[in-house]
Design a protein around this ligand. Structure first.
Ligand SMILES: Nc1ncnc2c1ncn2[C@@H]1O[C@H](COP(=O)(O)OP(=O)(O)O)[C@@H](O)[C@H]1O
Ligand SMILES: [Mg+2]
Length: 330
């Protein structure tokens, strides 16, 4: 049975001052800046923010999968070992084994001409010294874990024979094969329709309950975070602007941007006729960030100091951090 992650458990993932810069024709883009976060065993850590806020690139850096023109700096420790910018050989031995990932498009990580069961067995045999029979049993076990009906039959099918939802389940199963300590899921439900989204989230909830895997859930959808995450980091213009327990961030948000995001969720409990509000203004241009607080041009609470100084991420409530010049409200 899953227990709530304890703050004295050693971290599975620890990022310190993580930054990602891309070289481009019109100059250098700093897509991720000063990111600090810790994810523990059994914890589901949500990373949320509008499109372009640096969520994916932060974790591409963690996985060592940045594009050619990208450079990462800072520190990323997986189970205490530094892995940022580690040699390709080291990363190849870690990825899919100690650290797995799931992307938005399940087709991108499946080989189209290999049967589902065969590609999963190959992955397993490649990474662990086990027989084909043992591999087959483990594959069936994980296919059942992600609630794939008639798993034995699916074993012999090709990816194109499966629906989008089934493919995403296969991806999750594939990611779990080697019992990774860390699972990074980047918008795993975004490409799916609403009912399938709910089923996939339910599978993640099951993982939380029955395994001790640390999960990072990257999404632009606060609804996804609310349903399964223990902790949340809110990103804006490449920086974490708020971080804390999910409950605190939802019920006592410390940053005007988080409040804006929360208002943009269509509400089911309040007035059903009320329209969700979209945060006004444009997402920031990373090539030309405003001086001071990057959110200032869109902020309803902006003060004079906000145009001058970038607010640091400070503890505003116990274990609840916000980067805003506004006074803490009691
Ligand atoms: N290869 C690249 N070269 C230049 N800029 C990039 C590259 N990849 C991503 N970016 C920029 O990094 C920023 C953050 O992107 P990303 O992390 O994908 O955002 P999201 O929060 O939507 O996942 C974006 O502004 C994007 O344009
Ligand atoms: Mg993304």
């Amino acid at each position: 049975m899953h227990s709530t992650p304890r703050t004295d458990d050693p971290p599975v993932l620890e990022c310190r001052d993580l930054a990602v810069r891309f070289a481009g024709d019109s100059g250098e883009v700093c897509a991720v800046n000063g990111v600090n976060l810790t994810v523990r065993a059994g914890e589901c850590f949500g990373v949320v923010g509008e499109s372009g806020s640096g969520k994916s690139q932060a974790f591409m850096a963690v996985m060592g999968l940045l594009a050619e023109n990208g450079r990462a700096s800072g520190s990323v420790k997986l189970n205490g070992r530094e892995i940022l910018n580690a040699p390709r050989k080291t990363l190849n031995a870690i990825r899919g084994v100690e650290m797995s990932f799931i992307f938005q498009d399940p087709m991108s990580s499946l080989t189209p001409f290999l049967r589902i069961g065969d590609q999963m067995c190959e992955t397993l045999i490649e990474h662990s010294k086990i027989s084909r029979d043992e591999a087959r049993n483990r594959v069936l076990e994980v296919l059942e874990m992600v609630r794939i009906p008639a798993a034995k039959r699916r074993f012999g099918q090709f990816p194109h024979e499966l629906s989008g939802g089934m493919r995403q389940r296969v991806m999750i199963a594939q990611a779990l094969l080697c019992k990774p300590a860390l699972l990074i899921a980047d918008e795993p439900t975004t490409a799916l329709d609403v009912t399938v989204q709910a089923e996939i989230l339910d599978i993640f909830a099951g993982l939380k309950k029955h395994t001790n895997t640390a999960i990072v859930m990257v999404t632009h959808d606060l609804g996804v975070i609310a349903s399964i995450c223990d902790s949340v980091a809110v990103m804006y213009a490449g920086r974490i602007v708020e971080r804390g327990a999910a409950e605190g961030v939802f019920y006592d948000p410390q940053h005007p941007y988080t409040r804006g995001l929360l208002r943009s969720i269509p509400s089911i409990t309040d007035d059903p006729n009320a329209d969700a509000q979209v945060i006004g203004g444009q997402p920031p241009n990373l090539l030309n960030l405003p001086k001071g607080c990057h959110f200032r041009p869109r902020c309803e609470n902006a003060m004079a100091i906000c145009a001058q100084e970038l607010p640091p991420l400070l503890e505003r409530k116990p274990q609840h951090f916000g980067a805003c010049h506004l006074e803490v409200t009691p």
